[in-house]
Design a protein around this ligand. Structure first.
Ligand code: GKR
Ligand code: MG
Length: 428
């Protein structure tokens, strides 16, 4: 078998409708941006990947694309070298997706490699008849558990934020414990999730602790998590965390940075998890030295891909850290990649995060990703096991062109509803 070589790289930005989910930065915009990557090869095989779709990410992907022509899809070290070479000058690091820690050149390279690496793996799988999880070392689980991702939210985006005819979803608002419990009941009934995560950092910590207590009462056997996205000061987190002991399986990013997280860690027996203070290999030594975290949420999109995520898994094992998986809004290509990675990573023991229940639009054909009891079965077809829905891709690209959103800005979206709103970090 000769290895497929890349003959063309197509990067297509898309916009998908998103509900008004509240978080520490503000509120989700009516559209979230993603980029769909197609690596065409001389074997007639096309590998699929998915990335953020903001302007800096697109600029980096497009800068790297010409350097991939002729690349052997099995030569992932060459992929890394080529991307690094392509992005030597003019790399975009500013304005990248929020809430995933500090921006850096290293992380922008990692994000760019990751997007193409997933597409290479998909092409490898299609060329060999193997699934991506098999290429990653073999599946240790054929069903990957995910957690329900609960959000405080409004019923609809504020007036003026959406075009005429923008359809409101039927989840309604959730601004107090009763609303969060109702949201959890619906999500558990629809998907069978067996663990629950509440996005916090929106209301004062005491109010969010009440929501956690209400969830515990309604779901006595479901592990619970709370993620204030570093919107609590160290003093607040030191005060509140001990009250959550016995209620949470972990507390995610209560406060910013490893030094602050370490102070909180010393004040509570709760495991602290992060996708904000440990977001690249460069941040690991500080976290290890300070003892700031005990669970790291991986995310192949910014750790550098599937292989880099498995390297991270090894490091987590070395330090005795647990491993979970972070999610931003994503589509089916990424969900398939996350599922293959989790299936092939033995120490990824916590249920993964996913925004899937909030997404009403996708670029993949339905049927490949099947939910059962809160888990996704690893797709059976070669590669990622998902196929592009070309009609949907064209429609969502049109939506991208028309919607005017070019980067994620939850703060600006909040200002439309409350012009006096200010971002304070941390707010509580
Ligand atoms: O979608 O609002 C959101 C989340 O807050 C997301 O942006 C975070 O990156 O889910 C993420 C997290 O766990 O921090
Ligand atoms: Mg988080």
């Amino acid at each position: 078998m000769s290895s497929p070589k890349v003959t063309d790289v197509v990067v297509t930005p898309v916009a998908v409708m998103d509900p008004p989910l509240l978080n520490a930065s503000g509120v989700h915009q009516p559209y979230q941006l993603r980029a769909v990557i197609e690596l065409h090869t001389d074997a007639g095989i096309t590998g699929l990947g998915e990335a953020y779709g903001d302007d800096p990410t697109l600029a980096n992907l497009r800068a790297a694309a010409p350097f991939l022509l002729g690349l052997d899809v099995f030569d992932l070290n060459a992929l890394t070298r080529r991307v690094e070479g392509a992005l030597v000058d003019g790399i975009r690091t500013e304005g990248l997706t929020e809430l995933i820690g500090v921006s850096s050149r290293e992380k922008s390279v990692a994000q760019t490699v990751a997007a193409f690496e997933v597409a290479c793996y998909d092409a490898q799988g299609k060329a060999t008849g193997l699934r991506v999880c098999d290429l990653l070392g073999g599946a240790v689980r054929e069903a990957v558990p995910y957690s329900a991702y609960l959000f405080y939210r409004w019923a609809a985006h504020p007036e003026g934020a959406v075009p005429t005819g923008y359809p409101v979803d039927d989840w309604g608002g959730a601004l107090e414990p009763g609303g969060i419990v109702a949201q959890a009941r619906r999500m558990v009934a629809a998907y069978g999730f067996r663990s629950l995560k509440l996005k916090g950092g929106v209301f004062p910590p005491e109010a969010e602790a009440e929501a956690i207590a209400a969830l515990r009462e309604a779901f006595p056997d479901h592990p619970l998590r709370l993620d204030p996205n570093a919107n609590w000061s160290v003093a607040t987190a030191v005060r509140v965390a001990p009250r959550l002991e016995g209620l949470l399986e972990y507390l995610e990013d209560p406060t910013p940075g490893n030094p602050g997280m370490a102070q909180v860690a010393r004040a509570t027996s709760l495991p602290l998890a992060t996708n904000m203070s440990v977001t690249s290999f460069a941040e690991i030594p500080e976290a290890a030295a300070l003892g700031s975290v005990s669970v790291v949420l991986s995310d192949h999109h910014y750790w550098g891909g599937l292989r880099a995520s498995q390297r991270l898994a090894g490091i987590c094992e070395t330090f005795g850290w647990g491993m979970s998986m972070h999610s931003n809004t994503h589509l089916g290509i990424s969900l398939a990649a996350m599922t293959h990675l989790a299936a092939a990573t033995p120490s990824l023991g916590y249920a993964c995060d996913t925004h899937s229940p909030w997404q009403r639009e996708d670029v993949v054909q339905p049927g490949a990703l099947v939910w059962s009891q809160g888990s996704l079965a690893v797709p059976a077809a070669p590669g990622l096991g998902v196929e592009l829905d070309r009609g949907a891709l064209a429609r969502l690209h049109r939506q991208y062109l028309d919607c005017g959103v070019r980067r994620r800005d939850d703060h600006a979206a909040m200002l439309l509803a409350d012009p006096s709103w200010t971002r304070q970090a941390p707010r509580f």
